[in-house]
Write a new protein. Structure first.
Lengths: 290, 261, 348
């Protein structure tokens, strides 16, 4: 029982960052109809930026975190502007091939820049964990959890409350009508991709200090994000949020009670179950976007 | 009441969210006739087509074809039972030649097991030859055999619309649903199309038509069902429809006067 | 007719290669390229003809390699506390057959599950599937030896033992084996895409609503394409295993899928010759880069950038581009369209 509580606590904490990853990907898919294979690379970009600022330059941890996210947003905007803008109106497979090409190029650039050796990032929090009865949680993880929740809330607020969010929702529902109503589709796409990328970079920057950073962490991040998004229904933000937590629980329990080697297989298992029993995802709108 | 009913629509309703496209629609199509659905835009004609052919699920009602309920079947299963449609927006396999389009349309008439195909058995070759001959017959029936080798994307509009009908005919329909087949055609093309409908009829194929061109509708229909706002307001032969005051008020009046004048 | 002569000349040229190519290293490059071309041809059936991207194609390749190795080596595993499953070594040809069937079954499962819903699902399911299979090969030590690899995989022998046997060991016999399997794969795919089943696949790619309105069962056709494609990829994997005779979890590396995809789109997806042309280009290209002593990362970055550039500037691929340059008469009937019958009819 105590062990179960500990697993649950771990899952909650990781789940927050998974939700960030999933929300970013589902936004990009829902609004732009792009299956974003660079998502994981933005995640590892966030983690490496964290490493660069904290460990190489010696910047403050919090400042580094903000910088990593801002740079992630900028890189996302750049990717959209350089690669995707000219593919407007192309079918989903064409953009997918371009994103796969970009993924490979980005990952190997990272490998060149940082070498294959794993890096670790030192966090400024006390090393002694917080102990609550049978559960112990490191302060770094707790911090990661809180920041992830704040970012999730901020994303919801951005989408529900701001003018940009309104335009994004309009584009999501009916791109042509939105364009007719004066929404600048180009800017919405750039903003969406930048926001989604920023969320992925934030997830990477947050989990970087928890785990270690190496060039291919992006691959499993991408796969997790895909699993989360299918779980929640392609294009559904609440689905991605809850999907993030479900995946984290499945991984934590799978690694704890089955075998740690299969932690990363849990996402696939969930995808298969979902496709067999509820193919539209747990929270999909009636009218599918996919 | 001579010919038996083949398709019977009972209480068909179609809703999208809060929007009602078709409400409580009931009509029958009889063997061998040409029945036309008319009505203003948004009257629910295309929605009814989509429901009959399995592209959308009706919210309520029954669709029975030759004693079999079509509701819940997939489009390909419905096609296999002889109910084949064309689309309102021109829809062909644009990357293929005309001939290949029709050959593809012959899918249901082919008998080739995947294993036999991969083993290259002679039965497959014979079947292919038969299909090619049939494709050629259909192109000739529709009258577009002269450009058989041309890619569909390079065809003029009128021939594209004919190609659509050819592809649908290839699926061996017993009931053919045509969704505004002559929209965008010029008067000569429309007249040709009317004779084509006659040839299709002669093959014993029942036709359910949605069309706005009143000259054609009045010229070829045995019976006309007029829809307005998702409901039937008239169901009668052309001569009576032209005199029906409600039809004239709802829809026909102005257009028909213009078409006649 | 010209096409048939061209194909025969091309095969004759390929047969002649070992007679004049003296450097066995180049023959090795050709063998590996040939194996990848077989895999790329199988991918093309899905990506090019049905329009579905299998981004985990290496899974079927790797499964073929592992299954063929395991059946030919034999194995013993403990499944439940008191139950062991064991298999004595079987002949290699039989192992390869099992590999093809098993890969095809995996394709059936993946297709069945992911084609329930259309859209991006197939891509995501296949890419995750490949990752899971890699994890299994890494972690199921008892069966796969994990990172220690399966070693001493037997080579293929054909014929009657002690009467007449051909041993496919060494570069030259393996080259001919790969060539024969490549021709076989080409013929199977060609027959398929020029038949009723292949037309249904193309119809789905071109216009899915119209295809189903003429009676094409979307799921069935897509699953069929996935089974055949996976089975042929498994065959390529089995060939690979019995050629290099060592298999480790690295056969599942994602970058191999990327290599297959890039071969198909460079050569021209949905054309029979496309994967061959693209495969030759990308089989030989790394060797050219090797001459310049570039790091593998640079090679992959080049691949990624090339992929983007091809999508932008040569979206149909090399083969269609060349075809559009040739005079029309030469091309007619290339992929078996209207011709002989139709023209005969036209004259009558």
């Amino acid at each position: 029982m105590d062990q179960l509580l500990q697993h649950a606590a771990n899952a909650m904490i990781i789940g927050g960052t998974y939700a960030l990853l999933g929300i970013g990907l589902t936004l990009i898919f829902g609004i732009m109809k792009v299956v974003n294979f660079t998502h994981g690379e933005l995640y590892s970009f966030g983690a490496y930026m964290m490493y660069a600022w904290v460990m190489l330059i010696g910047a403050d941890f919090m400042v580094s975190l903000v910088l990593a996210v801002v740079l992630g947003i900028a890189l996302g905007a750049l990717v959209e502007f350089v690669l995707l803008r000219r593919l407007r109106g192309a079918d989903i497979d064409t953009t997918m091939l371009v994103m796969i090409g970009a993924w490979i190029a980005m990952q190997n650039t990272e490998q060149l820049a940082w070498s294959g050796v794993a890096k670790s990032i030192v966090s400024p929090f006390p090393a002694d964990p917080l102990v609550l009865g049978p559960v112990s949680i490191s302060w770094t993880r707790l911090f990661v959890f809180v920041v992830a929740l704040v970012l999730i809330a901020a994303t919801y607020a951005l989408i529900q409350r701001t003018k940009l969010g309104k335009a994004m929702r309009a584009t999501f529902q009916d791109r042509q009508a939105a364009a007719l109503m004066g929404v600048q589709i180009n800017s919405i796409h750039t903003a969406t991709f930048a926001l989604g990328s920023g969320l992925a970079a934030a997830a990477g920057a947050l989990l970087g200090p928890v785990f270690v950073v190496y060039p291919t962490i992006g691959d499993s991040a991408s796969l997790k994000a895909f699993a989360i998004v299918i779980l929640g229904g392609l294009g559904s933000i609440p689905g991605a949020t809850i999907g993030g937590f479900i995946l984290a629980f499945a991984e934590e329990l799978g690694a704890g009670y089955v075998s740690s080697g299969y932690r990363d297989a849990m996402g696939f298992l969930l995808i298969i179950l979902i496709l067999i029993f509820k193919p539209t995802g747990l929270f999909a709108q009636k009218e599918r976007i996919g | 009441m001579t010919a038996p009913t083949v398709l019977s629509i009972e209480g068909l309703s179609i809703r999208f969210g809060g929007l009602t496209a078709v409400e409580d629609l009931t009509f029958q199509v009889r063997e061998g006739e040409v029945l036309t659905l008319i009505g203003p835009n948004g009257a629910g004609k295309t929605s009814a087509f989509n429901a009959i052919t399995g592209y959308i699920q009706p919210s309520a009602g029954d669709i029975v074809y030759r004693g079999e309920c079509l509701v819940g079947m997939k489009p390909n299963q419905i096609a296999a039972r002889g109910v084949v449609r064309t689309f309102q927006k021109t829809s062909v396999f644009s990357g293929l030649t005309m001939f290949e389009n029709v050959l593809t349309g012959l899918h249901l008439r082919g008998k080739q097991h995947p294993l036999a195909i991969m083993l290259g058995l002679p039965s497959v070759r014979r079947d292919e030859e038969r299909l090619r001959a049939e494709a050629w017959e259909i192109l000739k029936l529709v009258g577009i055999e002269a450009r058989a080798g041309e890619q569909a994307s390079a065809l003029p509009y009128g021939e594209l619309r004919l190609l659509e009908v050819a592809v649908a005919l290839a699926a061996k329909p017993t009931l053919l649903l045509l969704d505004e087949p002559v929209s965008g055609m010029n008067p000569t093309e429309t007249a040709d199309f009317m004779t084509l409908i006659g040839r299709i009829r002669a093959l014993g194929i029942t036709i359910l038509l949605v069309e706005h061109d009143m000259k054609m509708v009045m010229g070829i229909s045995d019976r006309i069902v007029c829809l307005n706002q998702g409901r039937i307001i008239a169901d009668a032969p052309p001569a009576e429809i032209q005199k029906d005051p409600e039809v004239i008020r709802a829809y026909l009046g102005e257009r028909y006067v213009r078409a006649r004048g | 007719m010209t096409n048939r002569i061209l194909s025969l000349a091309w095969v004759a040229f390929l047969i002649s290669i070992p007679f004049w190519m003296e450097d066995l290293y180049y023959l090795h490059v050709l063998i590996v390229t040939g194996i990848f071309i077989i895999a790329a041809m199988s991918l093309n059936l899905l990506l090019g003809y049905t329009g579905q991207l299998s981004l985990g194609h290496v899974a079927f390749f790797g499964i073929g390699a592992y299954v063929s190795s395991l059946v030919s080596l034999g194995f013993e595993i403990h499944v439940l506390p008191n139950t062991t499953v064991s298999l004595d070594p079987k002949p290699v040809w039989f192992a390869m057959l099992v590999a093809v069937i098993f890969s095809g079954l995996c394709g059936w499962f993946i297709g069945r599950v992911s084609f329930k819903v259309r859209g991006a699902y197939f891509v995501i399911v296949t890419v995750s599937f490949a990752e899971v299979v890699r994890l299994v090969s890494l972690n199921w030590m008892e069966l796969t030896q994990g990172p220690m690899a399966l070693n001493n995989i037997p080579y293929l022998t054909l014929g009657i033992p002690e009467v007449f046997e051909v041993e496919f060991i060494g570069k030259v016999p393996c080259y001919y084996l790969v060539l024969a399997v490549a021709v076989f794969t080409y013929v199977v795919i060609r027959r398929l895409v020029q038949s009723r089943a292949g037309r249904a696949m193309i119809a789905l790619r071109e216009n899915e609503p119209l295809a189903s309105s003429v009676g094409v069962d979307v799921t069935r056709v897509l699953v069929l394409a996935t089974i055949v494609s996976a089975g042929l990829a498994g065959l390529a994997g089995a060939l690979y295993a019995h050629y290099v005779r060592i298999v480790d979890p690295d056969v599942f590396l994602f970058i191999y899928t990327v290599t297959m995809v890039i071969m198909v789109i460079t050569g021209g997806k949905g054309t029979l010759a496309g994967p061959i042309v693209g495969g030759l280009v990308f089989g030989i290209f790394p060797e050219v880069l090797r001459g310049f002593q570039v790091q593998p990362e640079i090679q992959w970055i080049t691949y990624g950038v090339l992929m983007i550039l091809i999508v932008y500037f040569l979206p149909a691929g090399i083969v269609p581009a060349i075809r559009s340059l040739l005079p029309r008469r030469l091309v007619e009937g290339g992929d078996g369209s209207v011709e002989p019958n139709a023209t005969a009819e036209a004259r009558s």
